[in-house]
Every structure is written in C-alpha cells, then in structure tokens.
Design a protein around this ligand. Sequence first.
Ligand code: DGL
Length: 272
Amino acid sequence: MSSNNPIGIFDSGVGGLSVLREVRALMPNENIIYFGDQGHVPYGPRSMRQIQNFSEGITRFLLGHGAKIIVVACNTASAAALKHLRATFSDVQFVGMEPAVKPAAEKTQTGKVGVLATPATFQGELYASVVERFANGVELFQNTCPGLVNQIEKGELNAPQTRAILEDALLPMLEKNIDTVVLGCTHYPFVIPLIERIVGEKVRVIDPAPAVAKQVKRLLEAGGMVNQNREKGTVRFITSGEVDSVKRVLSTLLGIDAEVEAVTWMDDRGIR
Ligand code: DGL
C-alpha cells in the first residue's frame, strides 16, 4: 500500500461530502475516492443487516480501488456497520462518525441540547453509548427530520419543504430552551445556514466533520501513510445512482463541475 493511494470515503448519498470538504481542506494533496450509494439512499429507515451488507460491499469496492483508509462518512452506517466492518476487514483502518454529544454537553449553558439524526442512528448502540458516556445530566431532545435527507439529495437546501421539516424539528426544541444543536447526520451540515436562520445566533450548531478530518490526518500520520506529493490531490466521485443528478447536486453543494462514475449493485453486497 503506497502513501499515494487514495482515502476512501463513503455515505448513503451526498452527505459524506460534508466530511470530504473538511478532509480536502485539511489535506489538499491527498487523493480521494468518494462513493455515494444513491442506489439505496436513504439508509435511515433500513435494517441494520441491509446497511451492514451495503457498507461491506462499498468497502470492498473502495479497497479494490486502492483505498489506504476508509472513512464511513455516514452516522447511520457507522451506527449500524462500523463494528461489523472492523471485524470483517481487521487489517483495514476505519474512521467513523459519532454524534457530537460530548462537545455539546461540555459547551451547553442551558443544559438542553437538540440532536438531529436518522432513526437507525438513534436506535444504534453507538448513540446509546455516547449518551451514557457524555450526556452527564444534559437533557437531549431528539428528532429524525423525516424527509430531510431526500431534500438534500435533491439539492433543495432552501425549499419551503426543507424549511418546514427543520421548523417541525427545531421550534419545539427552542421552546424547551436548547442552546446547542448536534448534527448527527452528515447530510445536515449543508442546511446549516437555514438551521441558523431558524434557531438564531444564540444557539450553537455542531458539525462533527472537522473533527473527523483531524482524526483521519492523525491516523495517516501515525501510520506513515501521508501523501508526500506537493500537488493537489485528485477526487473520484462514484455513485450507484444517476450520474446526472449527482453532478447537479455536486455543483449545488460544493460548487464544482465534476466527473461522476456510475457503478451497479449486483446484489446487496457486490458491486460490478
Ligand atoms: N448521511 C447519513 C447519516 O449521516 C445518512 C442518512 C440516510 O441515508 O438516511 O446518517
């Protein structure tokens, strides 16, 4: 495995791009291969078994394309599949997502924190463990924001329906006097401007992506796997969905006009 090999990043869709942009900003000379599983998004309502199968198939695909580390840039896949992936690929380094309850609990003044994530994330033992270890008497208000992932997949960051989903989640939390909102889904950083317009400037919004990028850097440095090239790294975008719609959303979310490669699932675990 060469240090010039790419960092593999995957998500159920475009959410993981909120992690990719932080990795890119922190380590611009690293090559990246990004997999968005638009053929199966959203993962949130799916079974653990299905998410584990999808995550295993995507990991095999990324390793097959030389990934030197795998970033599970998806809270839902991290909750449902990270333990399974580490057991299945014991010689591979994984970085996963974890709802940022710890920093929220440390920073809140009112002791009231809102958490936005998918059903599968909230149901996973990872979230229960994070709450048990770090909530420390802070009152958490959870909401799954039904339909928000699909809105962001369509690039509708300011549509009335997107605003309505967020108001339904956040207004009751504001009445409970929250002063912090944890983004427990990697799609949600793309609607931070809208969230901030709803909650106002007194409420802190926590996006874990920068911390995840720093963890990737730490692991690459510790393993002597940092790309030593000076020039800007390349990014490959792979989707199991529609190339044209992913190209459109890449332009909306990242302001880039990128080539997108399409792949096809043969079954729940194999990608052609
Ligand atoms: N971006 C994902 C997450 O962080 C996934 C959402 C979904 O596909 O439901 O959970």
